[in-house]
Design a binder for this molecule. Structure first.
Ligand code: SF4
Length: 451
């Protein structure tokens, strides 16, 4: 009898432990880069400047990320460095700093003769800046590094900051892909989570964007905002479907340490107000199925794209394949010539460095060949499929063999399948891909703080 009790006790403990792991607790799970940011160091900045002094590689694609860190209001789940209190003259100072930073890069040896393949305006809220400021910025940037021949120019927008004339201006400056941060269609949820916009602004902005006729319109949703329920989520997915976006990006809500929600949970010892991970995965899967039934394809773990017209994702494609990308702006990340680097994350330090005609670099990390392989492999796992031949040719490594114990374990857990040199994530694996990517980190880097 006692043996049976012990056994029951053990299995109950296991279930409790598993349940606890499934809660959305405070912490990072989303993997966007490798090696972890905590390994990037000021002492390695010289490796970034060396990469910028290398001989130019005119045929290699190059991308530009332009960071606009201003927002109307801070969302309660936001973990980015954003400013809600900067006035017009401070914004102007910042735009001049972006232009100067771009100019400094354009003077480096490695930039000579390079063509921009894509540009990405991210934030923050790029659409927060006025039409006049936008025009000023674009003219300033194009003076030194033109994106006239870029295949993709993406611009992130918050619906409440748009007007029809601003959208016309975006089309005029060459934006090919407009990304609308909708997040949810229910006003109570939008308000409870601190979003600056409400649903009427979504519909108004979307209608204008269609009239202006951008080649690709994306909408962002978040599964698991505070107050979310099965019925409200399903309603939001149906409303998203009714808009017929060209692509849709869905993130599962997480709680990094510096969000308003996380800070409140820690300070008051509160339980998580966010649905648990299995629930969020079920919600995302519902969206996959509903959009899938209408012919949308899964472009990655987060994105569905229509099959009615060509939809490309040049920015993520280049980023995940280890392409060169320079990040302009406070706290921006770059990857260039095999080196990671990041800008100052303090507004004044960023501006001061550029006033002194210096690149505003805070920390860097030269990436070893093994780390390049791991980075590309884990980021491409987010697409749901890896071709081992590609890695064999690019890195001379059979990834299935080299990471055999991890892949085997994931296969046993039903996360992926392997056949004919292809590693294919199952639906179960795709829905939780970020939860197992750290398994592939080098053993000595597994305990490293991610941020
Ligand atoms: S709009 Fe985006 S960047 Fe701005 S506060 Fe909200 S989540 Fe953060």
């Amino acid at each position: 009898m006692s043996q049976e009790l012990i056994s029951l006790g053990n299995s109950a403990a296991t279930v409790v432990a598993d349940d606890a792991k499934q809660k959305t607790e405070v912490g990072n799970y989303f993997v966007s880069n490798y090696p972890p940011f905590s390994l990037w160091q000021p002492e390695s900045i010289s490796s970034a400047t060396e990469a910028l002094n290398q001989a130019p590689r005119p045929d290699d694609p190059l991308g530009l990320y332009i960071h606009i860190p201003f927002c109307r209001k801070r969302c309660k789940f936001c973990y980015f460095k954003v400013y809600t209190d900067k006035n017009a003259s401070q914004i102007e100072i910042y735009l001049n700093a972006l232009i100067k930073e771009n100019e400094l890069y354009s003077r480096t040896r490695a930039f000579q003769g390079r063509q921009l393949r894509f540009a990405y305006f991210g934030g923050g809220t790029p659409s927060y800046i006025s039409e006049r400021q936008l025009q000023y910025l674009v003219e300033g940037l194009n003076r030194h590094v033109s994106w006239q021949n870029a295949e993709e120019v993406t611009f992130e927008c918050e619906p409440g900051t748009l007007s029809k004339s601003k959208l016309e201006m975006l089309k005029h400056i060459g934006v090919t892909r407009l990304s609308l941060g909708v997040e949810h269609f229910n006003d109570d949820i939008l308000e409870a989570n601190g979003r600056a916009h409400l649903s009427p602004e979504i519909y108004r902005a979307y209608e204008w964007a269609r009239q202006v006729d951008f080649p690709q319109i994306n909408i962002d949703l978040i599964a698991g905002m505070m107050g979310e329920s099965e019925a409200l989520w399903q309603d939001t997915v149906q409303k998203a479907i009714a808009l017929q976006p060209d692509s849709i990006t869905i993130y599962q809500m997480e709680l990094p340490y510096n969000t308003v929600i996380s800070r409140e949970m820690i300070a008051k010892g509160l339980d998580s107000p966010i649905a648990d991970w299995p629930t969020k995965r079920r919600w995302v899967n519902y969206a996959y199925e509903q959009f899938g039934a209408l012919g949308y394809r899964l472009a990655s773990a987060y994105t569905l794209a229509t099959t009615k017209k060509p939809c490309r994702f040049i920015y993520t494609d280049a980023l995940w394949h280890g392409g060169d990308m320079i990040g302009l702006g406070v706290a921006s990340f770059s990857h260039f010539g095999g080196v990671h680097f990041q800008n100052h994350h303090n507004f004044e330090e960023y501006i001061n460095a550029l006033n002194d005609e210096q690149l505003p670099l805070l920390r860097a990390l030269p990436v070893t060949p093994k780390q390049k392989l791991i980075r590309e492999m884990i980021l491409l796992l987010k697409t749901g499929a890896l071709d081992t031949n590609y890695f064999q040719q690019k890195f001379g490594v059979d990834i299935w063999q080299a990471f055999q114990p991890i892949y085997q374990q994931l296969q046993e857990e039903g996360m992926l399948d392997y056949a004919d040199g292809k590693i294919i994530l199952t639906r179960r694996g795709l829905l939780q891909v970020d939860h197992f990517l750290a398994e592939f980190f080098e053993p000595e880097l597994k305990p490293a703080r991610y941020a």
